[in-house]
Design a protein around this ligand. Structure first.
Ligand SMILES: O=C(O)CCC(=O)C(=O)O
Ligand SMILES: [Fe+2]
Length: 275
């Protein structure tokens, strides 16, 4: 009873658009991971946070280490039991899809995650039903997202990865072992696809202070932060000898962070649920 829609990979024109539009925002050495600072203004952030907080309390699902709102319907193994997104999410997701050029069709699923300082999300991969691109809009307070290679791509166990990281060895079977982190500042949009999506786990540590170490691919992003405490963290870094810079800065999580995880599910079930 399902209406599977198979989407094609990006056409040549779309690949060109990706190169032209997104190249200035590319971070790290994997292709197709982009960090766009100030994608939304502080006023837009407030508007979106207001909408998130205006949702009925029953919309929140309490998890052990965060709370979650699910918009767009239930992602079932046979496809999405779709619900129409509310207007405030249609507006922002249309803009994300248009400006990133990476979504094959309108974004039809959004998860709202809310983290208090010290809360996080375990390293994970997003499910197979999503088209392999995700856009994460960060609101309210910063956090550091870690990316670690999936053991599968290295053909070794997780223990093998841990050992290589301890020994600072970098490759296995021709594939590079590359662990990196992205600072997600309020108002920013992180977009990743392809290898970063399929071959890596992403997660946020359950800690109220995140170390800005040498794995951070956009440490410069923290300079723009208005909050004095973040500037202090940065001053700590800048006052260090050059060889130590980037190894001991601290991203302090002092407020509630809300993120919108925006994706496109191409397999949609026919039986639409009503709100
Ligand atoms: O909150 C974030 O930035 C990440 C959320 C996430 O990875 C997810 O919802 O799958
Ligand atoms: Fe995720």
């Amino acid at each position: 009873m399902e209406d599977g829609i198979v989407t094609k990979g990006p056409e040549h024109g779309e690949q060109e658009a990706e190169k032209t539009v997104l190249r200035p925002f590319s971070v790290g050495s994997l292709p197709s991971i982009y960090y766009i600072p100030d994608f939304v203004s502080p006023a837009e952030q407030n508007h979106l946070l207001h909408q998130v907080n205006a949702a009925p309390v029953t919309k929140w699902k309490m998890l052990k280490n965060r709370r979650l709102q699910n918009w767009g319907g239930v992602v079932h193994e046979k496809g999405l039991l779709a619900q129409v997104l509310p207007p405030w999410l249609i507006t922002v997701t249309q803009r994300i899809a248009k400006e990133t050029t990476l979504f094959p069709a309108p974004i039809n699923h959004v998860l709202v995650n809310e983290y208090l300082p010290g809360q996080g999300i375990m390293p994970h991969q997003d499910g197979p039903l999503y088209h392999p691109v995700v856009a994460i809009l960060s609101l309210g307070s910063p956090a550091l997202m870690h990316f670690t290679p999936h053991a599968r791509i290295l053909g070794i166990t997780q223990e093998g990865i841990d050992k290589q990281q301890q020994q600072h060895t970098r490759s296995q079977g021709g594939k590079e072992l590359y662990t990196f982190s992205v600072a997600l500042m309020p108002g920013s949009l992180l977009v990743f696809k392809d290898s970063a999506y399929e071959d890596y786990l992403h997660g946020i540590d359950e800690s109220s202070e995140h170390m800005l170490d040498e794995t951070v691919v956009n440490a410069y992003a923290c300079i723009c932060q208005d909050d004095d405490r973040h500037r202090d963290g940065l001053r700590e870094v800048q006052s260090m000898p050059a060889e130590e810079q980037g190894t001991k800065g601290i991203l302090r999580r002092t407020g509630t962070r809300v993120s919108l995880t925006c994706r496109h599910v191409s397999k949609v079930q026919k039986n639409f649920l009503r709100l």
